[in-house]
Every structure is written in structure tokens, then in C-alpha cells.
Design a protein around this ligand. Sequence first.
Ligand code: TXA
Ligand code: MG
Length: 327
Amino acid sequence: MTLRLTPDDDGIARAAHLLGQGRLIAFPTETVYGLGADATDSAAVAGIYAAKGRPAFNPLISHVQDLAAAQREGVFEPLALRLAERFWPGPLTLVVPLAQGSSVCDLARAGLASIGLRVPSHPVARALLARFGRPIAAPSANRSGHVSPTLASHVLADLEGAIDAVLDGGPAAVGLESTIVAVVDDHAYWLRPGSITRDDIERTIGQPVLDVVSGGDENAPVSPGRLASHYAPATPVRLNATRIAPGEAVLAFGSDLPAGAEHALIVQNLSPTANLTEAATHLYIYLRNLDKLQASAIAVAPIPDKGLGEAINDRLMRAAAPKTLCN
Ligand code: TXA
Ligand code: MG
């Protein structure tokens, strides 16, 4: 049985208590819902991998209350400090070298010498972290390879019975997972696009963010979760669709529909006014909806690759890729 907890003092206290007992709790963040466990308890963290069906070589993000708590777990060079001060609390994950004396268990980091840290801005996540007082390891609260949850009902659709409770905080405001940047030896590396854009990061640090090239610089960070198909519905996803075949479900963007859209099974528009922020909040909800219709494919209209569009197109490319390794 999975408890539904209201996001008030009582619900948060019960969630924190369950975490302390090594249980699994889903909770809202501003990006997507997280599946949380005590990051210092390897048995609890093992439960996350089991509930999600996630490969254990793919590390988890540790969520902490503030920068001071993050600095007990990771080493913040000047570049990482600047990013943390500018964007925390908020939808940015920083991968930094592990601090000596870090309390986070090896399994949460998949044994890496680095750690992914994030200070979420969602008031329920912050209240839970304050009440719990230790880092919370949390991947997105979906089964491995499924679309990330932006509503408590999405969490339950995937994980009912497999987790102890879900704190229902309503819809996630951003709708896409956090931007991930690794900071190593005074260089910043781009690990995952999100609502904080590459431009935002580069403007803050005053230098380019480097891409991680496989077989490239041996000091560059590894990115175990990036090799992969991810965020995938069961229905095949077809990108940059400018012409629709009968029987397809259409994910439109902007006021111009692709040719033949009138023969589609259904048309859902991510943003009729071509607003990328609105499109991000709708992306996972609409992918879940369209995946229920037995359409021959989900045909996605072209989406501009600027700003937040980079993150939306990244998730769509993964949704369309062959399924191999997932989060
Ligand atoms: O918005 C988010 O980031 C959400 C919410 C719940 O915070 N979480 C999330 O977690 O998306 P997950 O596990 O689905 O994705 C985390 C990504 C994975 O691709 C993982 O490989 C990467 O972060 N990651 C975590 N620690 C890392 C590390 N030490 N080095 C490299 N990549 C790391
Ligand atoms: Mg995920």
C-alpha cells in the first residue's frame, strides 16, 4: 500500500519519519517528482534501484537543504560556488568531487568519486529536507525508462505498492528534469540540458561550458545516464513531423499544425502560442496521454532548438531512441 500524504506539517513530518526508517517516499520538486530515500543509508538507497528497476551503475542526485549542506558532501571550486550561489535553490544539479567525510553512501553515487548535488526550490521539498536533516537521494519517481512524473498520479501509475508514500504537491512547475553541470579542475561540463540554459550557465561563469566527448579528455567527468534511451513512451515516437499519417497521434507546437493533422487520431498542442516554458510543463503529461491511445506513432512537430528548446528536444530525442539504458 502506498500512502497519500498531504503537503502540510503533518504529512511532511510523517514523510520525514518514514525516510528515517529507511522507507521510500515520492515528493514534489519544481522539476519532476523525486523518489526519495535517506542518502546515507545504503539499504534504503538499494530500495530505490529495486523499485525503479534502475541499473546500479547509474548514480543518483543527492538533494540537500542549502549550500552549506552541499559543501559537507562535495568540494566546491570557485566555478561551482558561483553557479550554486546564482541558481540555488533551483533546477540545477552540480556534479562535483566528493568531499572527505561525505555522509552519502557509495551506492547513491554508483561508486563514483564525484557526487551530484541539488538544492530544490519547491517549498514541500525544502520543508521535507529541513525536517529530515540529512541528504535525500532521489531520481525521478518513475519506473526506469518511463516518462518522468509531473503529477502525484503519474508516480502512482508507475510505483503504486512499490513505495511507501507520496507527498502530493500538485503539478511540477518546470516539468523537465534539472540541468546538470559537472565542475572539474575549473572547467564546467554540460551533462544534461534543462530549464537553466547553457547561455545562463556561460553568462554566470564567464567561460564556455564544455561538451563531454567519449574517448576525449581523460579528466572529463563521466556521464553514466547520458548514454541512453530514456523518458520513453511505449508508442513509437517520430520527430520533426511535418506530414501526418492517418492513425498517428500528433504532439503539435505553435499555431501551424503539420500537414495532414486533420487525419490524426488526436492532436495535443504543447503550446499553441509557441511558448517553450509552457511546452516544457506539458511535455510529459501529453506524452503519457498520447501513449494510452494505441496510435501507430506519436508524431512530434518541429520545436526550435534555442534556450529551453534544447532541453525539450533532448528529452524528445531520448523518447524516440531505441531503448537501452534508462533512468
Ligand atoms: O530534476 C531532477 O534532476 C530530478 C529531481 C527529482 O531532482 N531528478 C532526476 O534524477 O532527474 P535522475 O536520476 O532521473 O537523473 C539524474 C542524472 C542521471 O543521468 C545520473 O547519471 C546523473 O544525474 N548523475 C548523478 N550523479 C552523477 C555523477 N556523480 N556523475 C555524473 N552524473 C551523475
Ligand atoms: Mg529519471
